[in-house]
Design a protein around this ligand. Structure first.
Ligand code: GDP
Length: 318
C-alpha cells in the first residue's frame, strides 16, 4: 500500500491556455528587478526583468546573461495543494511560478525555507534502519556523476557536507542529513554505473525501491537529471517507474549552467529539459514538478527550498 500523501495539481483552466514564464540563464543580472509575489518573500531571490533572446543563430556560443521566455501550457504547471489558478488570471499565475520551473508557489510556502543548520545523522543499509522520529524527508537520487553531492552542498550552503555520502562504505547507504532540526534531506545511492551490463534496465537496488514504497515520511523523491546531455534511457526508466508506482517526484535538472552548444547537434539545457518531460509524460496523471538548477551558479537553490517548504508544510498538516 502506498502511504505517501498525494500532491496533485488543481487546475481550473483550459489546458490550452499558456502562460509566459522565464528560465533563468544566469543568476547575476544586468537588468532591473521585480519581486515574485510570495507568502514567503524573505526566502526568494529577485528575478530579472524578462529579456527576449534570439535563438535563430543556433551557434556554438550561447545567449548572454538574462532570461529565456518560455510558454508553458497551464496543464503542465505543478499547482500545489491549497493553490489554484484561474483562467482570467494569467498574469498573477505567471508571477507565482518559481523561476526556472513549472512550480506554482502556494499558501503552504513559509518563512521556514531557509537552511539555518544541517548535520549528517546516520547511514542506513535498510529502510528499517532509517531514523524513526517521523520528520518529513526528501530523497535525492540520480545517476552517479549527475551532481547530487554538489547540489546537496549547494542546498545546505556547506562545501563538504555531502562528502559523508562519498566515504567508502557509505555510497551504497541511505544517508540522512537533518536540516533545521525539523526535516531530512536523504542522499540515496547513485545508479547507472556505465559498466553495468543491465544499464538499460531499472536495476537499482532492492532496498532503494523498498525505501520508495515503504517510507511513510517520504514527502517527495527529487530525481536528478543532467540537463547538459540528452535524456538517458536509465533515467527515463527510473522516472517512469516512480510515476507508475505513484511515488511523488520532483525532477531536478542539474548542470544548467553548461550552456555551450556542441557542434555535433548537442542541445541546450532547456531543450533537454523539455525533451525529457515529453518522453515521460504518459506515465504521469498530472505534470510532475520540475526545476532547473546549477551548483556552480546556485541557480534553483532558493526555489528548491521554497518548493520543499510548501510540500513539507502541506504534508505536516495532512
Ligand atoms: P555525484 O556523483 O552525483 O555526487 O556528482 P558530483 O556532485 O560529485 O559531481 C560530478 C561532477 O559534475 C563533478 O566534476 C562536479 O564538479 C560536476 N558538477 C556538479 N554539479 C555541477 C553543476 O551544476 N554545473 C557544472 N558545470 N558541473 C557540475
Amino acid at each position: 500500500m502506498l502511504l505517501h500523501h498525494r500532491l496533485l495539481p488543481r487546475l481550473l483552466l483550459s489546458p490550452s491556455t499558456t502562460i509566459t514564464t522565464s528560465l533563468l540563464v544566469h543568476r547575476t543580472s544586468l537588468f532591473p528587478t521585480r519581486r515574485i509575489l510570495s507568502p514567503c518573500s524573505s526566502a526568494l531571490s529577485q528575478v530579472a526583468a524578462p529579456q527576449t533572446i534570439d535563438h535563430s543563430d543556433d551557434d556554438v556560443e550561447d545567449p548572454p546573461l538574462g532570461e529565456l521566455q518560455v510558454q508553458l501550457p497551464l496543464d503542465r504547471l505543478f499547482v500545489p495543494p491549497g493553490a489554484s489558478v484561474s483562467a482570467g488570471d494569467t498574469e498573477a499565475v505567471t508571477a507565482r511560478v518559481l523561476k526556472g520551473s513549472n512550480i506554482v508557489l502556494g499558501p503552504y510556502a513559509r518563512g521556514d525555507a531557509n537552511v539555518i543548520n544541517a548535520d549528517f545523522v546516520k547511514s542506513s543499509v535498510r529502510p528499517d534502519d532509517c531514523p524513526k522520529d517521523g520528520l518529513p524527508e526528501f530523497a535525492l537520487v540520480g545517476r552517479s556523476n549527475v551532481g547530487k553531492s554538489s547540489l546537496l552542498n549547494s542546498i545546505v550552503r556547506r562545501k563538504r557536507l555531502a562528502l559523508t555520502s562519498k566515504k567508502p562504505g557509505k555510497t551504497q547507504c541511505i544517508n540522512h542529513f537533518k536540516v533545521n532540526d525539523s526535516w531530512y534531506l536523504v542522499d540515496l545511492p547513485g545508479y547507472g554505473y556505465a559498466s553495468a551490463p543491465q544499464e538499460a534496465r531499472t536495476n537499482w537496488d532492492e532496498f532503494t525501491r523498498n525505501y520508495f514504497l515503504r517510507r511513510e515520511n517520504l514527502v517527495s523523491v527529487f530525481l536528478l537529471i543532467d540537463a547538459s546531455i540528452p535524456a538517458k534511457k536509465i533515467d527515463l526508466d527510473y522516472a517512469s517507474w516512480l510515476g507508475q508506482n505513484k511515488v511523488p517526484m520532483t525532477l531536478v535538472f542539474t548542470k544548467c549552467d553548461k550552456r555551450k552548444k556542441k557542434k555535433n547537434g548537442g542541445k541546450r539545457p532547456e531543450e533537454n529539459v523539455e525533451n525529457f518531460q515529453s518522453l515521460i509524460r504518459e506515465y504521469f496523471e498530472a505534470a510532475p514538478p520540475w526545476i532547473m538548477t546549477s551548483s556552480v551558479t546556485n541557480q534553483g537553490r532558493d526555489e528548491i527550498l521554497l518548493h520543499m517548504s510548501q510540500l513539507r508544510n502541506y504534508w505536516l498538516k495532512n
